[in-house]
Ligand binder design. Structure first.
Ligand code: FES
Length: 105
């Protein structure tokens, strides 16, 4: 179990305890967090799970694979910190991870 903080642009935040092996998208979706729609079910095809990974956590989160990179390339508001939450699998190394939800939710 790892703690992940989902921040929002309005200054609010939600802390979730996420099972290791679960994705950020699944955890946020099933908790009903706003701004993570997960329309494609987690296959890097919709972009509705767009998050920004805090600088300190970018290396630990790894780099996007080809499918994620292709989808991110289509996001107009993409930033260097952009990731798809469905492509980040929680592990003990990500305990304390902080991401910002891009959608207003
Ligand atoms: S849920 Fe569709 S891209 Fe992540």
């Amino acid at each position: 179990m790892s703690k992940v903080t989902f921040r929002y642009r309005d200054g609010t935040a939600h802390d979730l305890d996420v099972e290791d092996g679960n994705t950020l998208m699944n955890a946020a979706f099933f908790e009903g967090l706003p701004g993570i729609e997960g329309i494609c079910g987690g296959v890097a095809a919709c972009g509705t799970c767009h998050v920004l990974v805090d600088e300190a956590w970018r290396t630990a989160c790894g780099t996007p694979d080809r499918a994620e990179e292709a989808r991110l390339a289509q996001i107009a508001v993409r930033q260097p910190a952009s990731r798809l939450a469905c492509q980040i699998t929680v592990s003990p190394q990500l305990d304390g991870l902080v991401v910002t939800v891009v959608a207003d939710g």
